[in-house]
Design a protein around this ligand. Structure first.
Ligand SMILES: CC(C)=CCC/C(C)=C/CC/C(C)=C/CC/C(C)=C/[C@@H]1[C@@H](COP(=O)(O)OP(=O)(O)O)[C@]1(C)CC/C=C(\C)CC/C=C(\C)CCC=C(C)C
Ligand SMILES: [Mn+2]
Length: 412
């Protein structure tokens, strides 16, 4: 069944699936999941949803997913290399900021983080001090970047202003921070093997926000989600650290981090449909809207119909698939980093439940996770953070199980 759906939804994909299974398309979805390289997973799931949507084009043009996966591979290679060799770059002592100033700078980053994202801030308190401060510094840079296009001065932001922001980014990576908040990030990148690429890509996402208000298909939307949110995952992994006992590949952890960013952004988009529409923006794939018999006008008029409910159910299912993909990766992070990540995953995912609870009225009702549920997520996240890395839990039984699957496949 899954294979038929894969074939129908993406011819390019089914070729790849065939390669994976040595020329045979007769294999179970669970086997596919385990054999497919991480870059295939979202597409496979996407395809297996059986939404009857236009396929992401994988053969003629390089898909967004493939482009982003190339970034993942580069980041993972960098992390592996830099963990083995000392980081060559700016050392704290070479920076223009005095050490006492740095302490204050990090403190301010913590305050901003607490002000904008309280629950997440609470989650970071369990991390080691160095990691927590680094995550705050990254958070603040991301928040400021977003504020450029979404904040009170957004109307005055031009591509040139974003070019200047990028120049500032390059300067802080070279140890020449412009202000105290940049100095905190400058210090962070001197302590952790963080690459500039995801930061540049986030600015690129903001650039695209200035000029683009529609997305033809999921491929285009995926790229946007990578730029503005997947990048956060890639920036964070070198700070969060991978558990020393983890047997997962660095690439798979990065892929999970990317998936979490994408899942969060898709959720953001689904929550904010009405709000975005009032700003003339529709972040939903146009081809999927059309296939559902919907248009921009339906979104602007904001009436919840059965068509809309059906469409939203599909979109929510897809966002949940990305959350699911992220889950395994969280268990591979270093123990103290897992709690805040679990907390943010559980909280964000609950927004999808709230959209359902609002009977899919995301035009005029904001899906909101109440204080009680937010507080409850913290101990649940803590409990999950104590679990062994997934790669260890399944290690011993893996070989035997794989053999079982082979037998099942052969019998089909
Ligand atoms: C292996 C594994 C799973 C590792 C974890 C990797 C990890 C920490 C991933 C984090 C993913 C994450 C929190 C992504 C942020 C997604 C997001 C909400 C992006 C928003 C973009 C713009 O959207 P929009 O303008 O439509 O939305 P608003 O209306 O403005 O809300 C952002 C606002 C971009 C800016 C992002 C931030 C300010 C968040 C940055 C967060 C961190 C650096 C901390 C990440 C760490 C944890 C523990 C979650
Ligand atoms: Mn924003």
């Amino acid at each position: 069944m899954a294979i038929i759906l894969v074939r129908a939804a993406s011819p390019g994909l089914s070729d790849a699936v065939r390669d994976i299974h040595h020329g045979s398309l007769q294999c179970s979805p669970s086997l596919l999941k385990r054999r497919a390289p991480p870059r295939m997973l979202c597409s496979l799931r996407y395809a297996c949803l059986g939404l009857g949507l236009d396929p992401p084009r994988t053969s003629a043009v390089v898909s967004s997913e493939q482009k982003v996966y190339d970034v993942v591979l580069r980041q993972a290679a960098l992390l592996k290399r830099q963990l083995r060799t000392p980081v060559i770059g700016v050392r704290p002592q070479d920076m223009e900021m005095p050490r006492s100033g740095l302490k204050e700078a990090y403190h301010r980053c913590g305050e901003i983080c607490e002000e904008y994202a309280k629950t997440f801030y609470l989650g970071t308190l369990l991390m080691t001090e160095e990691r927590r401060r680094a995550i705050w510094a990254i958070y603040v840079w991301c928040r400021r970047t977003d504020e450029l296009v979404d904040g009170p001065n957004a109307n005055y932001i031009t591509p040139t202003a974003l070019d200047r922001w990028e120049k500032r980014l390059e300067d802080l990576f070279a140890g020449r921070p412009y202000d105290m908040l940049d100095a905190a990030l400058s210090d962070t990148i001197s302590r952790f093997p963080i690459d500039i690429q995801p930061f540049r890509d986030m600015i690129e996402g903001m650039r695209s926000d200035l000029k683009k208000a529609r997305y033809k298909n999921f491929d285009e939307l995926y790229m946007y989600c990578y730029y503005v949110a997947g990048t956060v995952g890639l920036m964070s992994v070198p700070v969060m650290g991978i558990a020393p006992e983890s047997k997962a590949t660095t690439e798979s952890v990065y892929s999970a981090a990317l998936a979490l960013g994408i899942a969060n952004q898709l959720t953001n988009i689904l929550r904010d449909v009405g709000e975005d529409a009032r700003r003339g923006r529709v972040y939903l794939p146009q081809d999927e809207l059309a296939q559902a018999g919907l248009s921009d006008e339906d979104i602007f008029s904001g009436v919840v119909t059965n068509r809309w409910r059906k469409f939203m159910k599909q979109q929510i299912t897809r966002a949940r698939m990305f959350f699911e993909e992220a889950e395994r990766g969280v268990t591979e992070l270093s123990q103290a980093s897992r709690w805040p990540v679990w907390a943010s995953l559980l909280l964000y995912r609950q927004i999808l439940d709230e959209i359902e609870a609002n009977d899919y009225n995301n035009f005029t009702k904001r899906a909101y996770v109440g204080k009680g549920k937010k507080l409850l997520a913290l101990p649940v996240a803590y409990g999950k953070s104590l679990l062994l890395p997934w790669s260890l839990r399944n290690r011993q039984k893996k070989q035997g199980k794989q053999d079982d699957d082979e037998v099942r496949v052969d019998r089909k």
